[in-house]
Design a protein around this ligand. Sequence first.
Ligand code: MN
Length: 346
Amino acid sequence: MREVERWPALRRIIAGANRFLVTSHVFPEGDAIGSEVALAQHLRLLGKDVIICNDGPPPDRYRFLTRHHPVHSAESAWPEPGWIEAAICVDVSSWDYLGTVARRLRAARPVIVSIDHHHASAGFGDLDLIVEGAAATGEILYRYFVATGAEITPGMAEALYAAILFDTWGFRLPNTGNGTLLLAAEILALGVDHRSVCTHIFEADSFPKLDLLRLALGTLRSECEGRLAWLVIPEDLFLATGAEFADGDGILDFLLSLRDLEICVMFRQQGSRGVKVTFRSKGCHDVGCLAEGLGGGGRATASGVLLPMSISDAMDCVLPRLHALVDGQPADFADSEILPRVSGLS
Ligand SMILES: [Mn+2]
């Protein structure tokens, strides 16, 4: 079913409930938080009560968005039993990527909607609005607001613009198309300061994050005549720099500047939970399918998986698959036999 045909269904669900939980994936970033905040403001304009709760708290750099509507961790602000009538999950359509929110949502049993642009293989909510061609979930929301004649305040526009700017990494990634730029121009015209959003998203790094980048680049290796590159962030690099796990976000994108590179990957220790493996492709290989085969998920050009093992085991597991992908050989790995269902996102 095309997206426009599902919009009346979304509108009906919104009209039929008064108390909404809005949520997104673990480690929420620009598209997740921007989409949540824009949707929450839309629901507030309709007179609904809204709480935004994620697995964990939002990174500080998104304060310019959370001033429009607060974004909480589930632990600090999960509503009382019976409060949630409908839950709208943005930028996620899988129980695995909801973290602790999944267990709480399953217990609350509200009507569940997902609005997402990631590849989704199975039905997730009561209504799944998956638009894989969209550059960001913020783009889907913008199209919904326009199609339904909803008011878009400057605050909503800023949140939607931040979502699209983040997921295209400043309109640089392969998901950026003619339509993305036209739509971004429309959103800017609603009163968004482009430079201000860029500053918050791309120019808000701490010194420990840059220090982490310096040490992480020391582990950089290139294989397959430069078509594959990878780096590693073990726990001791976090300890040496004082950087947090989330400070590793974006480090992999620096590798995209390498000439001849087709795929890059980062192995990042996530405490006792295992190793977060993150993939980027310049577009000629589908790293979304690769991550899905490992139990994770994402898009063709940006994906990830959390592997519950050591960094060296994760490298032994992942690098041969990448060699096969880059060399164009059909993969013959018995994915499901080695790996339990685990979570991860780009
Ligand atoms: Mn997204």
